[in-house]
Write a new protein. Structure first.
Length: 285
């Protein structure tokens, strides 16, 4: 990486921190979310009986609002548009297991335009249903996540990364921006997109090798970038990354893991990015 690229990453970090610090502290639930259940009437001779057909899948309205969001899977997860770093158009459509980026007309070259994503946990005062987070790091247990994605190819107008964003806070009940640390796990990235800070070393976690980046804005940010890019993971051991970050002094054992988020950071373009499916559990639940 060149020095110029590092400067770009630094400017992006500052911009990101400033934008997130001033973002809304509530989420806008997309209008029109409904579950359609069709009841059919069956005629047999002179008898009339009502037979319930299988319920249709929930349908959700498209979200174009800058910080618009919608709970999915009966509230277990939250899909958020989170266009924090640009004024260009970004629209997503949620579904129960993920979301599709329908339109993203971004032209950034100094940092991400946003983070369209799906999460479980507590974020800016909103907590998903039956969430196992916040959970104290010292008693975190097993946190596993599976995630399947699809994206446009690298080059041209499409520059982005596919990454988990995991947040830590010294308190369990913070309703604003977390004040502990941010941990990112990058599954893939296009040509010139890079994390905040600089690369320092490689580690082996979950049977593969990751390059560890470290940087700081108002919070320390540790990023694990997969050496061999992938579009999906199964049972990724989030607790192992957390333990590594704790051993390196970035995360404290007394802190709380508040949310596990998974999404994309589009810099330029972004149309066609998609989360096919996402899940995260703590101790199996």
């Amino acid at each position: 990486m060149t020095d110029q690229t590092s400067v770009v990453g630094g400017r992006a970090a500052v911009r990101r921190a400033a934008a997130r610090a001033t973002r809304r502290t509530r989420y806008l639930v997309a209008a029109g979310m409904a579950v359609a259940v069709t009841l059919g009437t069956v005629l047999v001779g002179n008898a009339v009986s009502s037979a319930a057909t299988a319920p249709t899948a929930p349908t959700y309205a498209q979200i174009c609002d800058q910080f618009g969001s919608a709970p999915v899977a009966a509230g277990k997860y939250l899909v958020q548009n989170d266009r924090w770093g640009a004024t260009t158009t970004q629209c997503i459509t949620p579904f129960d297991t993920g979301f599709n980026v329908d339109t993203a007309l971004h032209t950034n070259n100094t940092g991400p335009a946003g983070y369209p994503s799906i999460l479980r946990g507590c974020n800016y005062g909103y907590c998903t249903a039956a969430s196992p987070f916040p959970a104290q790091v010292s008693s975190l247990g097993t946190v596993r996540s599976s995630w399947s994605t699809k994206g446009p190819t690298a080059g041209g107008t499409q520059q982005y990364n596919t990454a988990y964003d995991i947040w830590f806070d010294p308190t369990k009940t913070n309703t604003g921006r977390n004040t502990g640390a941010e941990m990112m796990i990058w599954l893939n990235r296009t040509s010139w997109v890079q994390p905040i800070g600089k690369p320092y070393y490689d580690v082996s976690i979950g049977g593969t090798t990751w390059t560890v980046w470290y940087g700081k804005t108002d919070l320390p940010v540790i990023s694990y970038v997969r050496k061999t890019a992938t579009t999906s993971v199964t049972n990724l051991p989030i607790e192992a990354f957390t333990r590594d970050a704790m051993l390196r002094g970035v995360v404290k054992s007394s802190w709380y893991l508040t949310s596990v988020q998974a999404g994309f950071e589009p810099w330029t373009g972004g149309t066609g990015l998609r989360t096919n499916s996402f899940s995260v559990t703590r101790n199996g639940a």
